[in-house]
Design a protein around this ligand. Structure first.
Ligand code: AP5
Ligand code: ZN
Length: 216
């Protein structure tokens, strides 16, 4: 399975990807997670990315493309991969096409998680994440049974710096301006599949599974 999960911030890309990864044993590659790890470790990449991320802006294409070029060559990608948060601009999509061509690989599908902006704002304002294992929670829709601790590993739950309403609205604008053009980019290639992501996590998962099962 070689699939892209496309959709606005808060559409549920990370939530669905975590389940698909467990069930189908494919690599889950989230550019946001890789960047946040680099920020945490204060690497050169992390220092370059931090300001863009906190302001809800995109990190420059050349940084992201270089990073993904390395990541896609890692061994765990051989069984297939799920891209979450990449590509996010047309130049990134073109770079991915070139990269896959040099590896003699092609994409199976691009799944668009379609959801309204106001639903996204509610989801992101209430999101909490585990500092230790990255598990995703929501104060109302998916609370942890351990309060402000992760029910999987006991780690502390925290709110992302970019999950403040003003930053969320900038991220949505960036999505509509720079990422939404990828919908027609992949539709023209016959790869686009649309899922209603405004429903419960389990119904979104069922719709995705119906699309990916034959690609495993
Ligand atoms: P990134 O981490 O990729 O953030 P994002 O795309 O904005 O997506 P999110 O992680 O916010 O949302 P999600 O769709 O994964 O939703 P989730 O499952 O968590 O990127 C962060 C930043 O990094 C960017 O702003 C940019 O600066 C930089 N960056 C990353 N990639 C880049 C690239 N390629 N190029 C340039 N810059 C890049 O769900 C959200 C919440 O909703 C959770 O609380 C969850 O529990 C809840 N929820 C999920 N599904 C449901 C449901 N069906 N019903 C109810 N609640 C739900
Ligand atoms: Zn945890």
């Amino acid at each position: 399975m070689r699939v892209i999960l496309l959709g606005p911030p808060g559409a549920g890309k990370g939530t669905q990807a975590a389940e698909i990864k467990t069930k189908y044993k494919v690599a889950h590659i989230s550019t946001g997670d890789i960047l946040r790890q680099n920020v945490k470790e204060k690497t050169k990449l992390g220092c370059q990315a931090q300001e863009f991320m906190n302001g809800g802006k995109l990190v420059p294409d050349e940084i992201i493309v270089g990073m993904m070029g390395e990541r896609l060559k890692e061994k765990d990608c051989e069984k297939g991969f799920l891209l979450d948060g990449f590509p996010r601009t047309v130049p990134q999509a073109e770079a991915l096409d070139q990269l896959l061509a040099t590896m003699n690989l092609s994409l199976d599908a691009v799944i668009l998680l379609d959801v309204d902006d106001e639903v996204v704002v509610k989801r992101l304002c209430g999101r909490r994440m585990c500092r230790q294992c990255g598990e995703i929670y929501h104060v109302t829709f998916k609370p942890s049974s351990q309060g402000m601790r992760c029910e999987k590993c006991g780690g502390e739950l925290f709110q992302r710096d970019d999950d403040k309403e003003t930053v969320i609205r900038s991220r949505l604008k960036v999505y509509h301006d720079q990422t939404a053009p990828l919908i027609s980019y992949y539709d023209e290639k016959g790869l686009l599949r649309k899922v209603n992501a405004g429903t419960s996590s389990s119904s979104v998962m069922a719709e995705i599974e119906a699309l990916v099962q034959e690609k495993v």
